[in-house]
Design a protein around this ligand. Structure first.
Ligand SMILES: Cc1ncc(COP(=O)(O)O)c(C=O)c1O
Length: 450
């Protein structure tokens, strides 16, 4: 049972969280041994430090990843963004096409669309899960839509049944951005294996980390070969591209999207632990959510029906009307004073309201890619306005709370005491008497500043 002790730390009381906050990444002996072994091997096998042909440790990672996830084809890459660019190209997105995507995401879900010369069209998110709302997606489809890019934000699987039903009705390919959700599942299947192609990231704060790195997974040989054509070295293209429509183009006119071989070694080692680590994360984060369930002023993280959240971030919802007039920033300050890592939110401004979209200035000249819209109507064919995605906009403006910041994926293993301390910190901050004290504190801050 969690007990709440007295005065807020912000107002001079003792912080609730005294347990050490775990760090992420937390490299084990397995990764260290694997890297040292790889470097020794590089003295006799250059593939341990030369990934151009995609053999050696890169091929080993791809084989293990495809095997573990149960798909036919895997292509490792330098990053999640590189994977998404390869996937967009591979499903046939071309300059001037529209791609439907969530505005509630990290910018690099969207920048690969722009780099492909295509035009992002934003559909709103679901209120409880923050993932794409299938009805909103359907409402945004036009004759120019070429693909749907769905994001499993924070580790939360999107409503894939709903998204795929819409996609099938309109004959559109679906790309899954699993950068934040490696190992998450939906109706028993790993995200990234449900739609046409899945893209992963192994960069900072992810479920498994290689320093950097990415992965494209698909069952479709055509998508795989086109991904190779845009993102791999000609040595690999020679090996893996068989489609006669692509073979004349085997060339170095491509991107260096391949993975560093030592990153491949680290990720391969971590893959062996992925499911166990994610299960531990789920236990700890669910315990936190259960503890927060009775806290007035906060709506705990909800799970997508049929989904298994894997917690890249822990982002509950602030209920502004239940704060007794206290500002969200004051709540964050009070939580931080209790030694709970917290901030005002991960996304903060939906992508469609950011300057590059408002000014339609991505390449900073002549309004490309918007000017290349397939309709021929020029840069005004797609516009971005406040009100386009009200749920995402309201969440960013008043409801977002990033409760654990970058410490969320570090919540593996037996952390009961730490979790319970976070619960009591939140209970303390949101207690009505303490909210009243925070309101007085706020007033004091305002008059001191006058
Ligand atoms: C949702 C999402 N998509 C794409 C990316 C890009 O991944 P990377 O940093 O590996 O390029 C990130 C990175 O954090 C992300 O969070």
């Amino acid at each position: 049972m969690v007990t709440v002790s007295g005065e807020l730390a912000l107002l001079g009381g003792k912080p609730e969280v005294t347990e050490p906050i775990p760090l992420w990444p937390a490299v084990g002996d397995g990764e260290i041994d694997a890297v040292v072994t790889a470097l020794h091997r590089s003295r006799s096998d250059v593939q341990y430090l030369n990934s151009m042909p995609g053999g050696g440790p890169v091929a080993a990672l791809e084989e293990d990843f495809a095997g573990h996830f149960g798909v036919r084809h895997a292509i490792a890459s330098a990053s999640g963004a590189a994977s998404l660019h390869m996937a967009l190209y591979a499903v046939g997105v071309e300059a001037g096409d529209e791609v439907i995507v969530s505005p509630y995401t990290w910018g690099q879900t969207v920048s690969p669309i722009l780099n492909q010369g295509a035009i992002p069209v934003f559909a709103d998110i679901e209120r409880e899960t923050y993932t794409l709302d299938p009805q909103a997606v359907e409402a945004r489809i036009t004759p120019y839509t070429k693909a749907i890019l769905v994001v499993h934000i924070f580790g939360q699987p999107a409503d894939m049944d709903g998204i795929l039903a819409v996609a099938r009705r309109h004959g559109l390919p679906v790309i899954e951005d699993c950068a934040q959700a490696t190992g998450g599942r939906y109706r028993g299947r790993y995200v990234g294996t449900i739609a046409d192609v899945g893209c992963f990231s192994f960069g900072d704060g992810k479920q498994i980390i290689g320093g950097d790195g990415g992965m494209v997974l698909t069952d479709d040989a055509g998508i795989y070969e086109r991904a190779c054509a845009i993102g791999s070295h000609p040595a690999r293209q020679e090996r893996d591209i068989q489609d006669p429509a692509l073979t004349p183009y085997i060339d170095s006119l491509t991107y260096t999207y391949r993975i560093h071989p030592l990153a491949a070694v680290i990720i391969r080692e971590q893959l062996r632990h992925m499911d166990a680590w994610n299960a531990e994360r789920r236990d700890n984060h669910e315990r936190l959510s259960e503890g927060l369930a009775g806290v007035r002023g906060l709506r705990p993280v909800a799970e997508t029906p049929g989904g298994e959240h894997v917690y890249h971030r822990h982002s509950p919802t602030i209920v502004p009307d239940e704060l007794g007039g206290v500002d969200r920033a004051t709540i964050v300050a009070a939580l931080e004073a209790e030694e709970v890592p917290a901030n005002l939110g991960y996304v903060r401004q939906p992508i469609h309201l950011r300057a590059r979209f408002q000014d339609r200035a991505y390449f900073f000249g002549r309004q490309y890619p918007w000017a290349a819209h397939r309709s021929g109507r020029g840069a005004d064919a797609v516009t971005y306005r406040a009100g386009d995605c009200p749920v995402a906009e309201q969440r960013c403006a008043a409801e977002e709370l990033d409760l654990l910041g970058m410490t969320a994926p570090a919540w593996r293993g037996g952390l009961r005491e730490l979790v319970d301390q976070h619960v009591s910190a939140a209970q303390k901050v949101f207690e009505p008497a303490n909210l009243a004290a925070l309101r007085d504190w706020e007033r004091g801050q305002v008059s001191a500043g006058e």
